[in-house]
Design a protein around this ligand. Structure first.
Ligand code: HEM
Length: 456
């Protein structure tokens, strides 16, 4: 159905947010959408319409207005073909994201309290271990796809540690999530089942043997969540956290490795990973369009009638770059970007999420200090889809490093003694002799590129 206009003017044509054209140049599409006004009619998938807010000011209004807008999609989702590829992102579940009012407040209270218990120092150590493990897998090769071999896997190793499971369990999580990405629906369904089994096992394990971890903290929280509620909040944390952290790392690395202002950082210190991440959050948010809301009654969004119960999504990417909505950014005084959402459902994991991304990027660029893109930035392929801004691959090359080199490599970085036992990898055999670095490359400690990964 086309988008109604106030006063009965001709319905507006819906703009598709799927397909390769949108993925290749989303900002051209946002420019076109702005010509419709503060919001525009879009298609999330063939035949599935929504309203997309592109104005910064109106985005804030929708995100904060819980009287007019609900997060509960249950009435709408029954109107969508049940095999639609967008339903996994939008259909209702008993978690914080898809509920309003007291139900939401209770679940969110438990989540935010548990997030506050994550020690930044421990989290940084966990990222170092995950990064080192992954770099060891491809360091000798001199080339890697930084999405499939690094940015997509690293957050899963970290979740596995945060949930209090031993490293051996992370393979199950990585396999399940990879299956969920398969286009074959049988494989994807198998992945979902494996993921549910994995989380269920985490919860039953922690009921029997509590630990100092996110799962136990949720089970013990004074809000008294049932085991089933804990399962749903862990599934939410995984699904809400994995994609944006992957994309934040990938999009920031792509900028750093293709822009001489960052390239100089690695050799002579100009812009840092913090800058790259800030730029990405303003201009290429990891989640480009999300925060689905459903009006409780027909509503006039400054000239566009939106029917009760139909989805209104926020374009963080368009709102952040709204020419009328922000001062000259990205700068610290340019107001807040909306890439973590805003209002009662704003991301509760902003600080840990940023810490994971910065640490993962710094660890990689410290070990592989001459890393560079294998193809020009303009030739990188972006994954189609209405919600994310995600690279399909990020091929990079670097001087190979190997366990028997002199100098520092991820093979001889030792886990911090303060890292909980469950978060550390099984003991590795020490490399024989002192590893050597290749001639012509310097060790991270001696190159003057910042602190050694082994000591930060
Ligand atoms: C670092 C990159 C991240 C970005 C850009 C990001 C972005 C967002 C956004 C835009 C929302 C609002 C969704 C909405 O309004 O519908 C959100 C909510 C949420 N995020 Fe994140 N997120 C990130 C990392 C994480 C991580 C690592 C976790 C968990 C481990 C997480 C857990 C959540 C949860 C549980 C919510 C729902 C909160 C609620 O409904 O009250 N996020 N995130």
């Amino acid at each position: 159905m086309n988008h109604p206009t106030p006063g009965g003017a001709a319905p507006l044509e819906r703009v598709p947010l799927y397909g390769e054209d949108f993925a290749a140049d989303p900002h051209a599409v946002y420019d076109r959408l702005r010509t419709y006004g503060v919001c525009a009619p879009v298609e999330l998938a063939p035949g599935v319409g929504a309203t997309l807010v592109t104005s910064y000011r109106v985005a804030l209004r929708v995100l904060h207005d819980t009287e007019t807008f609900s997060k509960d999609p249950r009435v709408w989702q029954h109107t969508v073909p049940q095999d639609s590829e967008i339903l996994p992102m939008l259909s209702w579940r008993p978690n914080a994201l898809f509920n309003d009012g007291e139900v939401h407040a209770r679940l969110r209270h438990a989540l935010t309290d548990c997030v506050a218990l994550i020690e930044p120092y421990d989290l940084r150590q966990l990222v170092h271990q995950a990064a080192d493990e992954l770099i060891q897998n491809f360091g000798e090769r001199g080339q890697a796809d930084l999405i499939s071999e690094y940015a997509r896997v690293l957050p899963l190793l970290i979740f596995n540690g945060l949930f209090g499971l031993p490293p051996s369990h992370s393979t199950r999580l990585v396999t399940a999530m990879a299956r969920m990405f398969e286009s074959e629906s049988d494989e994807a369904a198998k992945g979902i089942q494996e993921l549910q089994d994995y989380i269920l096992e985490a919860v039953t394990t922690k009921q029997d043997r509590p630990g100092n971890d996110f799962t136990t903290w949720l089970l013990d929280h004074p809000e008294g969540l049932t085991a089933e509620e804990v399962v749903w909040q862990l599934l939410l944390s995984l699904s809400a956290g994995h994609e944006p952290v992957t994309n934040l790392i990938g999009n920031a690395l792509a900028r750093m490795l293709s822009d001489s202002r960052y390239y100089r950082t690695i050799s002579s210190g100009a812009l840092t990973s913090h800058h790259a991440i800030t730029e990405v959050l303003w201009e290429d948010p990891p989640m480009a369009n999300y925060s689905a809301h459903y009006p409780r009654r027909d509503v006039d969004l400054e000239g566009t009638w939106v029917r009760a119960g139909t989805p209104v999504l926020i374009s963080y990417a368009a709102a952040n770059t709204d020419p009328t909505g922000r001062r000259d950014g990205p700068r610290s005084d340019a107001g807040a970007h909306l890439s973590f959402g805003a209002g009662p459902h704003a991301c509760p994991m902003q600080q840990p999420g940023l810490l994971i991304a910065v640490t993962a990027i710094d660890r990689l660029t410290n070990w592989l200090c001459d890393i560079r893109l294998s193809v020009p930035y303009e030739q990188l392929i972006w994954r189609p889809g209405p919600f994310h801004r995600a690279l399909a691959a990020l091929p990079a090359s670097f001087t190979p490093i190997s366990p028997d080199q002199k100098g520092s490599t991820p093979w001889n970085a030792s886990p911090s003694s303060s890292t909980p036992a469950a978060w550390t990898s099984p003991a590795r055999q020490p490399a024989s002799g002192r590893p050597a670095r290749p001639s012509g490359s310097s060790s991270p400690e001696t190159s003057g590129h910042g602190p050694s990964p082994g000591t930060t």
